[in-house]
Design a protein around this ligand. Structure first.
Ligand SMILES: Cc1cc2nc3c(=O)[nH]c(=O)nc-3n(C[C@H](O)[C@H](O)[C@H](O)COP(=O)(O)O)c2cc1C
Length: 176
């Protein structure tokens, strides 16, 4: 099913209290990524932990984005995105792309060193791994979109500690 902005989203009665769900989710440790886009609709990017691989063959990944994010429309219009998995030293970049420093859209790229691979979406040179994707489809689920892409190219760092987010704060995962 493809994303139809005019279609009504399915409604679910909340089976548990939202705060309790948030509290439970805060215990889950997740890697921190910056998802970027570039193209005719302009630059965009956000910090995201709701990222997952889907299939190896073909290589496909997904991330979840709130529909109100200024980057959501740009990603779909540009038809490309890159998932950049952050090292611990890039915590400040995670804050910038989470919108916590007042920087918007293209302004966020003033920090960090950015290049590109195949699709033209910005690739963070210090990333642990970068997954350069062509956008395939979006599935609307309540307040969010599940964005699905096929991986066209990857960049892999030789080392570096991982940046995690758990218990509502950043943690470093030391890697041997
Ligand atoms: C650690 C962390 C993880 C986040 N994960 C997500 C996510 O998976 N999906 C999402 O839509 N927003 C996520 N956010 C919030 C977005 O980064 C933030 O709402 C957005 O970038 C704000 O920018 P915008 O106004 O351009 O959309 C996360 C924030 C942080 C700090």
């Amino acid at each position: 099913m493809t994303y139809d902005p005019g279609a009504e989203a399915p409604q679910f009665a909340p089976p548990i209290d939202a705060d309790r769900f948030r509290e439970a989710m805060s215990r889950v440790a997740g890697a921190v990524h910056i998802v970027t886009t570039a193209g005719p609709a302009g630059l965009g990017g956000l910090t995201a932990s709701a990222v997952a691989p889907i299939t190896i063959e073909p290589p496909m990944m997904l991330f979840c984005i709130t529909k109100t994010s200024s980057s959501a429309a740009r990603i779909m219009k540009n038809g490309v995105f890159c998932i950049n998995t952050l090292v611990a030293a890039d915590e400040s970049l995670a804050e910038i792309f989470a919108g916590r420093t007042g920087h918007h859209l293209e302004e966020r790229f003033a920090t960090g060193t950015w290049s590109k691979l195949k699709t033209g979406a910005p690739v963070l040179e210090t990333a642990l791994a970068a997954f350069d994707c062509c956008f395939v489809e979006a599935k609307e689920v309540s307040t969010h979109l599940i964005m699905i892409g096929v991986v066209e190219a990857v960049e892999i760092a030789s080392g570096g500690d991982a940046l995690l987010y758990t218990h509502r704060k950043y943690q470093n995962l030391l890697v041997d």
